[in-house]
Design a protein around this ligand. Structure first.
Ligand code: SAM
Length: 171
């Protein structure tokens, strides 16, 4: 399964750290790319540097029009999964979503326009309480991939961690 992430909007009060973390979580939890609107170019550079150091082919794609990304996804038959606290319980739909070849997960930085709820194939809640797009994204990626995203390595890494019980080992 190929998973892309679309993050809609960035708060007026700069939330560069949250934006960076959304991208890093998408990468570390098995997505192939993240599309981001209103993104500070420094964040794109930071995430690309992480990819060079730690491997893999994750892409950050700035976009001026998240609507175009959604419409393209729809046309290409990608399954659109919008994460919202108002949606269906993730436990009820994760297996069904996991059966798709190509998935676009949509997260919001702030209030998401109504039509996103309509265009989505699934509106999915990670608990029916307000929290964070980063937490929602991490849990959704884990549930959809049944935890298998952590079994594979990131190719062509300049640095690689050897999991150890105590201390730090990096090759
Ligand atoms: N009040 C906003 C709304 O109407 O959606 C909440 C914005 S929240 C700070 C930012 C994003 O986090 C949401 O757009 C959604 O993608 C995600 N999110 C927050 N809580 C969630 C939950 N319980 N389940 C799924 N996604 C959630």
């Amino acid at each position: 399964m190929t998973i892309s992430v679309l993050r809609i909007g960035q708060r007026i009060v700069r939330d560069d750290r949250v934006t960076t973390h959304a991208a890093l979580v998408a990468r570390a939890f098995g997505a192939s790319r993240i599309y981001m609107s209103d993104i500070n170019p420094d964040i794109v550079r930071t995430v690309r540097d992480v990819c060079k150091t730690w491997g893999g082919s994750f892409e950050v794609e700035p976009t001026d029009s998240w609507r175009d990304i959604l419409c393209d996804a729809k046309e290409r038959g990608q399954t659109i999964v919008h994460l919202t606290m108002y949606g269906s319980r993730i436990g009820d739909v994760a297996d069904e979503i996991a059966a798709n070849d190509s998935v676009l997960i949509v997260i919001g930085a702030q209030k998401v326009p109504r039509d996103v709820y309509d265009i989505a194939d699934y509106n999915v809640a990670v608990g029916s309480q307000p929290h964070s797009e980063i937490a929602a994204l991490a849990v959704a990626l884990d549930r959809i991939q049944h935890g298998r995203q952590f079994d594979s390595e990131f190719p062509d890494a300049a640095r690689k961690i050897v999991p150890t019980e105590h201390g730090k080992q990096v090759l």
